[in-house]
Structure formats: C-alpha cells, structure tokens
Design a protein around this ligand. Sequence first.
Ligand code: ATP
Length: 304
Amino acid sequence: MNYVIEAASLTKKYKNFKALDDLNLHVPVGSIYGLIGKNGAGKTTLIGLICGLQKVDTGEYYIYGIKNTDKEILNVRSRIGAIVETPAIYENLSARDNIVEELTLLGVPTFDDVDDLLKLVGLSDVGAKKAGKFSLGMRQRLGIAIALAGNPDILILDEPINGLDPEGIIDIRELILKLNKEKNITILISSHYLDELSKIATHYGFVDKGKMKREISKDELINKMKHKIILKVNDAKKFIPYLDAQNITYEIENNKTINIFSNIKIPKLISDLAKNNLEVIDVLEASETLENYFLNLIGGDDNA
Ligand code: ATP
C-alpha cells in the first residue's frame, strides 16, 4: 500500500500534557481519510505538525516517503494544501483577489487558473463582493480554493463543516468528492461529525486522547458494524431451545425482544420459526451506527 502521509509514534507535549501520544497514521494515496475524534483528541495538533506549523517532540512523519527531519520536507510539503482551524482569508478582498494574492505569495507567475478555481468551488458569480461579507459556507469554499491555489496533490481540511447550515454541508461534501474523484486529490479531513464523514470517507482513523485507537477502511468498517435482526415476540423464552438447536447467534434483550446476529434470510427465519409454532409479531433490521462503533472503541460513556 502506498501512503501519502505516514506517522510513527508521534508525540507532542504542551508542558507535561501529551496532546499526541505515540500516534501512528497511514493515509493511503487517493483516499478520503476521515480523522475522527472528540474535541481535544489531538486532531488539530496532528494536522499542525504535518503542515509544519509546529515542531515534533518525538517520533516522525513522512510525506510521500520523505521524513520530517529531511530538508526535502519543505519541497514535498508544498504538495499539500491545507485549511487548519479557520481559512486564511483577507476580509477586505474579493474571492478573486484572495486567490490572486495566494498565487502571488506562492510565486505562481500566471493567474490563468483563477477562473477555474472560482468555478470549481462555486464562487464564479460573487463578483467584487468582499470576503468579509461572505456566508460561512462561502468562506469555507474560498478557503478551499486558496488551499488549492498551489495545485496540491493532498488537501488537509480541519473541521471543514463546523458551523455550516445543511446546504453548506452538502456543498462542501460535493466539493470534496469532486476534488477526490476528478482531480485525484488525496484528502485528509478531521471532524467530529461522524455521520457526515461516513458519507464521504474511504478510510478512517479514530483518535482519542492523543492516540490512534484504530485505522480502518470503509469496507472493513462496514463488515465490522454488527448487523442484527430484531424479533418482536410474545414470549422470548419459548424461542431459546429452537435457536440453540439451530446454532443461531442471538441475545434475549427482554422477554418481548430477541436480537439475531447470525446471517440468515428473514423470510426463511420467520417460516422456520412458524413451522416450530414460534410466532413472530414483528421483524426489524438494524446496523450499528458509526457513532456507536466510535463510542465502543473509545470506551463508552465516560468518554462521550
Ligand atoms: P477540536 O475538535 O476541539 O479542535 P482537536 O482534536 O483538534 O480538538 P487539539 O486542538 O489538537 O484537539 O488539542 C489537543 C489537546 O491539546 C487539547 O487538550 C488542547 O487543549 C491541547 N492544546 C492544543 N494546543 C495547545 C497549546 N498551544 N497549548 C496548550 N495546550 C494545547
């Protein structure tokens, strides 16, 4: 597997507090990698280190295989576009002039790409309006356009949908998918909006208290999320001998509810039960949510 960003045993302390504690990270090429963690888990600190905004205490990270202590890291880091915390926007400039300013800072000799960038992020029609007057969603999209100005292969977005309304969230989601699919940009995105991330992420890293608790691909995660059939019955106890005899994995939630975890087709299950005079009143299907998976991973209520 090729990783565009890797980290091994990264530790970052603020005085005696470990904001990152022996953290590992593997961002596959072409992925949309969702970095999930509660407030204070260490996501922004991790992103800050990779973007060179802060210094590593111990451990290391690699961008395209180049180690953070190698002097080449500055060159390879220019392949990253990032928004860390809030987009770096000049409030008194238009969207166009903000991008021109960024291109100038980056030493890009032409401004030919500005129209394409404005179109890409859906800001073609905002004209001379100053960025200070933009909605939060427009600011976020302008921030992404600025981050894209250097034509990066990797885009890092720290909490890009914080505070956005539903329409703004959809815009950012579609933009991220477009950048990933059409421009082949690998995207590292931190968020605590699990449901939203699950609509776009191809890989997840679950961070808690400065540690990487688990890295997992979307497909692996789907397989791991428990699927269950919920049977509503009159007397659950009566079902036990049959379920045991059939080697079905189940739990009796209460005398009216049985959860079946085995992979069985519902019509067959109901008809087999009926043949054994076991009457089912209602059947439901449920999958564990990403939220539950995350809470189980980081240890439940005291962490919630
Ligand atoms: P959020 O979702 O709230 O942004 P986060 O996962 O990005 O959270 P970080 O901002 O990386 O978390 O913070 C991790 C921990 O490090 C927090 O407990 C935070 O208070 C602490 N921390 C971050 N920056 C500093 C700093 N400059 N000085 C002291 N402590 C800090």
